[in-house]
Design a protein around this ligand. Structure first.
Ligand code: URA
Length: 427
């Protein structure tokens, strides 16, 4: 028999929580027996004192056990998923899911809505007329059997302990704890029932983790939890100091994803899509197909069309467009050496692409198009950014903030690789 106060005291004093204490406290909190104020104190103790990899793996298992797991059953293909820690212009799930399915794996991509300056995958897809995010567990299995790819909302019953704890961390200053972030992310992925997983841990101004060291720490925690649960997985650490691709905002990002699926699109989006697909296929044991070919020859686009249609969407429908489109001209002639991801994400959010509260609606047509990227030569007065909005009253402030979001210089741009590292389980 445990008491919440005793469990809090152990962690407060820097001790190690026993497996039984972890199982009890997570279960009792989910059932309402441990109060919010007690769990807040424990979360703060964890944030300040940390958890060992073994404690973190056990905490994750307890969160998985708090709800149902999605039984994917016999699909006749290996299952694999991708999770990104989120960034500005990160639409990679859209081309990647049908691409990996086109290469022979089954990809159940349970996604979320956006909050703050990074967008959510479901918000992006909901800009496609008719497309429906909510599917039952049975529908998810059917779509995987028929199409091989599904992107939808997580079902309510997956890891309810995480849903409750994440809301509490959000209002108690305890989000920024690596063991709590890692267990939160992995509990949902493990409950989803996939055999393998690739994590895209972003670092830079537009990401949760600002430095490569922080990103590596999170990547290592995520991979360790997955390995302890028998998943085949690795984590790519990727740059998020610059927006990914040119489009930031829901419908704008869908349009850019379709360009990629048609064999075009910005080189950075193509590079990351193919790199993640290769890692996913490697873990899934599919070695006879190169995803670059499946992207270039239209096979991935064909799966995209079937995936969208199967969820009620019309892949040929016109996407929503904002009523006001204005450009931001370059302030000088030279090389664009910096375009800050966070500032562009914030601008898209102010223009209506994101939400401040969970219940807010997003404007699907709103966002920013980056007409130049670092390394490009620009001439004073040439359009640098294109602002799309139905809220023209936001434009003044957005222009002011974006003036500080880029640098143009006589020197060459420092080139940063997009993919910085890969953290594997057997390091
Ligand atoms: N994303 C999650 O799912 N959980 C966290 O704790 C942070 C980001």
């Amino acid at each position: 028999m445990f008491s919440a106060v005793d469990v809090i005291r152990v962690k407060r004093d820097g001790g190690r929580l026993s497996d039984e204490a972890i199982d009890w406290v997570v279960d009792a909190y989910t059932r309402g027996e441990v109060a919010d104020e007690q769990m807040s104190a424990l979360a703060m103790a964890v944030l300040l004192r940390g958890m060992t990899p073994a404690e973190t793996a056990r905490w994750t298992a307890a969160m998985v056990a708090s709800g149902e797991t999605l039984e994917l059953g016999e699909l006749g293909r290996p299952t694999v998923d991708k999770h990104s820690t989120g960034g500005v212009g990160d639409k990679i799930t859209l081309p990647l899911t049908p691409l990996v399915a086109a290469c022979g794996a089954a990809v159940p991509q349970l996604s979320g809505r956006g909050l703050g300056h990074t967008g959510g995958t479901l918000d992006k897809l909901e800009s496609i007329p008719g497309w429906r995010a909510s599917l039952s567990a049975g529908e998810i299995r059917d779509r995987l059997r028929e199409v091989g790819a599904v992107i939808c909302a997580a079902t309510e019953g997956l890891a309810p302990a995480d849903r409750k704890l994440y809301a509490l961390r959000d209002v108690t200053g305890t989000v920024e704890s690596v063991p709590l972030i890692a267990s939160s992310i992995m509990s949902k992925k493990i409950a989803e029932g996939v055999e393998s997983l690739v994590l895209d841990v972003k670092c830079g101004s537009g990401a949760f983790m600002k430095t490569p060291e922080q990103a590596r720490e999170l990547a290592t925690a995520l991979v360790d939890i997955g390995a302890a649960h028998g998943l085949r997985l690795s984590a790519l650490i990727t740059d998020m100091s610059v927006p990914l691709g040119r489009a930031v905002g829901n419908a704008l990002e869908v349009a850019e994803s379709v360009e990629v699926l048609r064999g075009g699109g910005p080189p950075d989006v193509v590079e990351l899509t193919v790199a993640l697909a290769r890692a996913m296929l490697r873990h899934a044991g599919v070695s006879d197909v190169d995803p670059a070919d499946a992207l270039a020859d239209g096979r991935a686009h064909e799966v995209w069309r079937r995936m969208i249609t199967a969820q009620g969407g019309d892949p040929d429908a016109e996407l929503p467009r904002a009523r006001h489109v204005e450009t931001v001209p370059a302030s000088a002639t030279g090389t664009l050496t910096r375009l800050d991801a966070y500032a562009v994400g914030l601008a898209a959010w102010r223009l209506g692409a994101g939400r401040a509260r969970k219940e807010d609606a997003v404007d699907h047509g709103a966002g920013v198009l980056c007409l130049a990227k670092p390394g490009d030569r620009v001439v004073e007065g040439q359009p640098l950014l294109e602002l799309h909005t139905d809220r023209p009253e936001t434009l003044g402030r957005v222009r002011e903030e974006l003036a500080a979001a880029y640098d143009i210089s006589g020197a060459d741009a420092k080139s940063t690789p997009l993919i910085l590292d890969e953290v594997t389980a057997d390091r």
